[in-house]
Design a protein around this ligand. Sequence first.
Ligand code: SF4
Length: 529
Amino acid sequence: MNELDSELVSGQLSALGYRFVASAHEADVVLYNTCSVRENAEQKVRSRLGEIAQRKRSEPALVVGVLGCMAERDGPDLIRRMPVVDILCGPSELDRLPALLDNAVRTRASLGGEDAGARSAKQTALQGSASRRTATLAAAADRLELLDLSRAISPTDHNGSAYVRITRGCNKFCTYCVVPNTRGAEVHRPPDHIVDECRRLADAGVIEVTLLGQTVNHYRFEHGAAVTLRGVTQPQKGRAYRGGHRRDPYRGERVTTFADLLKRIHDEVPAIRRLRFVTSYPRDFGDDALEVMRDSPRICRYLHVPAQSGSDTVLQRMNRGYSVGEYLDFIDRARAFLDEPEIGRPLLIAGDMIVGFPGESDEDFDASVRLLERVRYKNCFIFKYSPRPGTAAYTRLPDDVPDAVKRERNTRLLAAQQTISDEIARAQIGNTLDVFVGGLSVRERKQRPGRASDGVGLTVGGRPAQDDADQITRASTAQMTGRTDGDLIVLFDTPDGREPGDLIGRILPVQIHQASTLTLFGALVGDRA
Ligand code: SF4
């Protein structure tokens, strides 16, 4: 989600004449797009702000902004603690960033010199108390839709793959999570806007689209309730409807469900050769969506469906809204619909687990290990619980699992997952898989200078990084990275005589000859793209 926000902000600022430079050190304005979900992500930003504070002492006209969830959650307190920050802009206010930036830059210019650092007015745009605004207000005041709609799509700006947001915010209120407070109430974008964005991306050469939402499969747009402002149909606040449903009874003309949306994109934009979506919420998956996935060859057989725990009591404390039995029932339904290894279309599932949640006993943890082994995730993001300020767990549930126990459980669960990931990866040896080539491998990138983007900083005043294609047309061979339909990572070397830049953004057959836990290694065997 943050990656897409950074892209939209970059496009917006480029259109206004800002130039991007290769490094933060060369910039007049430095913006950090932040995440608050994990503590270490916030620590990274704090450390970057500490570094840039030193530079600002000698360059007081430098403008520093913090965007995203950390800005929203910490609010003006962040400026009090880190006065180097001039701009705070929450994730639901990003459309206001150009005005904030303009004010900050003009203030600096008019004050000049030492005064600029000492007296600049701080610029903030935060949701604050409006975060749980009413459905009507959400629709009428949702200028953010215009930010998505104004997305600049250029044939040279992508590597053949793009994200498309379909919902924003979240209504679930898991007790450990800051997202409902930082990103606000769930809002669903109008389906015509989404399909049109996919079409424009396809026209610009994109062949792989990932639909984004915090609970992406909760998407549901009621047409009778749509609000139109100045000719633009506005997004719609998420309507409550019972989870665990198999089919939406109102599907049809009045309602566009997630299943309908998948089918529309698949059928109306056939140039999108791979369609996937993240992140799914287990309780909200109806059979209708699974049927559409089964019957649509260009929808990937991949699901990212976090369980978070294998214990019902822990799931209740997490307010996840489902039981272990309901989660496993969903996994079984998904496999019954979608797992077809005999025709080369296995269903691969990724998960998330938290260990050491308040009150997690040895038995609760053992249940998590059993669930992980039963589901057999292709990979699982495993996190040690850390209390996040602003969440219900932070105020109501004592962080009572000792850190040593959390570490030990983390190691055990990682080991269990590694065994499963190894087995899934090794089973691919000898197979020829269609791989979407995303670019240079991490190893290759490190060996080549000039990559400035680290996923945290956005530097305004020049372009952050050259496209992979620009960099590698000069190389004779390079290690490339790509992904299969089921999201397995594949590395391969460019063959002799092939221009590496030509491979990026294409789906190519790669024969797998080696596998490690999370990576397959192979060789290009042809070019059917
Ligand atoms: S579903 Fe839960 S974990 Fe996911 S974004 Fe919403 S509140 Fe956070």
